[in-house]
Design a protein around this ligand. Structure first.
Ligand code: GLV
Ligand code: MN
Length: 183
């Protein structure tokens, strides 16, 4: 978990009066009765959205997958993720440090653990039904490192990328162009 704190909770210096609202997050109300989003969407309740989580070692994300949507491979450097599939079905997978791939098809009501720091993804393979999951994290700020974005959208030298992926610079540029224009 996150480092232990020496008080019941931590109050940012800009917060003057603490009451129950400091511990309340209403940002998920937008989900009630709403239609599925047009593309994969994450709604987080973590340190940035709910500052009272500082030092508490917990947070949530709500993941919405319209039919055919993917959450691309990524890692969380500071926490495992326990996903609870509330609606629909979901293809999930992660890769361990021996490069072994673990995949599963989750049904409504199932849970799945993505171990801390490992590359993982989710995909709603259904042609018409959306899926929704809630993920819990053992950190108030688990962090997300996207594999496509960290590798291809940060300005790493294209020759280095071409060498690393055993391809040519034109292929690297085509991947970068696709990431820049397609949702
Ligand atoms: C899903 O894996 C997420 O962390 O958003
Ligand atoms: Mn994740």
């Amino acid at each position: 978990g996150d480092p232990n704190i020496l008080s019941d909770f931590m109050v940012p210096s800009n917060v003057t009066a603490v009451d129950a609202n400091f511990f309340t997050f209403t940002g998920m109300r937008v989900l009630v009765g709403a239609d599925p989003p047009p593309a994969f969407k994450v709604l987080k309740a973590s340190l940035a959205e709910l500052p009272s989580l500082n030092g508490q070692s917990v947070s949530y994300a709500v993941l919405q997958f319209p039919a055919g949507a993917v959450n691309p491979p990524h890692t969380h450097p500071r926490s495992a993720e326990l996903l609870f599939l509330l609606q629909g079905s979901l293809e999930v997978g992660f890769v361990d440090t021996t490069n072994k791939l673990y995949t599963q098809t989750l049904q409504e009501g199932d849970m799945f653990v993505f171990p801390k720091g490992l590359v993982h993804y989710q995909y709603n393979a259904d042609a018409k039904d959306s899926a929704m999951a809630v993920s819990s994290f053992g950190s108030a700020n688990a962090g997300t490192v996207s594999v496509p974005n960290t590798v291809f959208t940060t300005g790493i030298d294209e020759t280095i990328l071409a060498m690393s992926f055993k391809t040519d610079v034109a292929t690297i540029q085509a991947i970068k162009a696709g990431l820049a224009t397609k949702a």
